[in-house]
Design a protein around this ligand. Structure first.
Ligand SMILES: NC(=O)c1ccc[n+]([C@@H]2O[C@H](COP(=O)([O-])OP(=O)(O)OC[C@H]3O[C@@H](n4cnc5c(N)ncnc54)[C@H](OP(=O)(O)O)[C@@H]3O)[C@@H](O)[C@H]2O)c1
Length: 303
């Protein structure tokens, strides 16, 4: 297949790019800086330079591809000033809007796999199981998710198959949440955050990649999919599993919520709350997880 990726230079996108190439697919990556991609050494990739938050010539490059994969979005791991909130929103909503507009052409991709996040369900402290049928929350990330998904689903009006991928917390090497946790846990300084009762909806990067392949290869699949492992853990339990995987242990008390709020402001709420999201639709469709439990996932990632 010929695949067109936004966000193909990021933590998730660069893993996907490498794996799609290994699986024999052709990959085009849209980036605001082709140099950035080139520096990562992906010489087999076709680079298209353009800013997806604005319409432009890059939209013509979608022609001739079988599917578009939408993973662009600026980091949310930053103090949420009003300026930062606008960048977080524009890098998802405008990017998706312009990508979707570019799918109108006759020879443009007939399939769109568009990123979203389990933040769609809102930050929660309860044990409610969240499936694709659960209504959205009402905090900033939840409302962002609603708008982001709505933009992507507009492509259905011109006959495109749209699958919405509500990503959990992606565990991979060299980046993402795990790389932020490892230094403290390696020094016996890691612990749970706040109450530790919030759910941690993790997913191994390779399973996430295999979910995207599964969605590409099964043309009857559309609509929202929770892209999380089938066995989420609470933040406290995940801290224990991570420490054991590293051969250390959790010696410290939990990091007090007040400290997290002081250091991170509104963004702190994102890590003090969580989602007990389950990949119900993927399981119903017969997707088999290679890493269903955090113990196996971490053993693989840390080896
Ligand atoms: N990682 C996770 O655990 C996780 C969890 C839930 C959801 N997600 C979602 O999955 C997507 C990919 O995540 P990631 O961790 O791979 O993110 P990442 O490493 O921060 O990469 C994001 C990509 O978005 C592009 N980008 C960044 N700022 C932008 C801006 N202001 N305007 C337009 N494009 C911009 C970058 O492309 P260029 O710089 O090349 O243009 C980059 O390749 C994001 O939308 C994220 O919200 C990730």
């Amino acid at each position: 297949m010929k695949l067109f990726l936004t966000g193909g230079t990021g933590f998730v996108g660069s893993y996907f790019t490498r794996r799609f190439l290994e699986e024999g697919h052709e990959v085009t990556v849209l980036t605001r800086s082709a140099r950035k991609g080139g520096e990562k050494g992906e010489t087999k990739v076709s680079w298209v330079e353009g800013d997806p938050t604005e319409p432009g010539h890059w939209q013509e490059s979608l022609s001739g591809h079988d599917a578009a994969i939408n993973l662009a979005g600026s980091t949310i791991f930053t103090p949420w000033t009003s300026k930062a909130r606008k960048v977080i929103e524009d890098s998802r909503i405008l990017t998706t809007r312009h990508l979707v507009e570019a799918l109108k052409g006759d020879s443009s991709p007939a399939t769109l796999l568009s990123g979203s996040a389990v933040g769609y369900y809102g930050g929660r402290l309860d044990d409610t199981v969240l499936t694709e049928d659960t209504p959205p929350g009402d905090d900033f990330l939840a409302q962002l998710g609603v708008k982001w998904e709505k933009e992507a689903l507009r492509a259905e009006d011109w006959g495109v198959r749209v699958a919405i991928c509500r990503l959990g917390i992606v565990l991979g090497r060299d980046g993402g949440a795990l790389s932020k946790m490892l230094p403290a846990f390696r020094k016996y300084m890691g612990s749970h955050l706040g109450s530790g009762k919030q759910w941690f909806p993790w997913i191994h990067m390779e399973d996430l990649f295999r979910i995207f392949l599964f969605l590409l290869e099964n043309p009857h699949l559309k609509g929202p999919f929770n892209c999380t492992a089938p066995n989420p853990l609470t933040n406290r339990d995940f801290a224990g599993v991570l420490a054991r995987a590293l051969g250390t242990s959790v010696l410290m008390p939990g990091v007090p919520a007040v400290m997290i709020r002081m250091a991170l402001g509104d963004f702190g709420e994102v890590i003090l709350k969580g989602q007990r999201a389950l990949p119900q639709r993927l399981l119903e469709e017969g997707f088999v997880f290679q890493f269903p439990h955090a113990e196996e996932a971490l053993a693989d990632l840390l080896k």
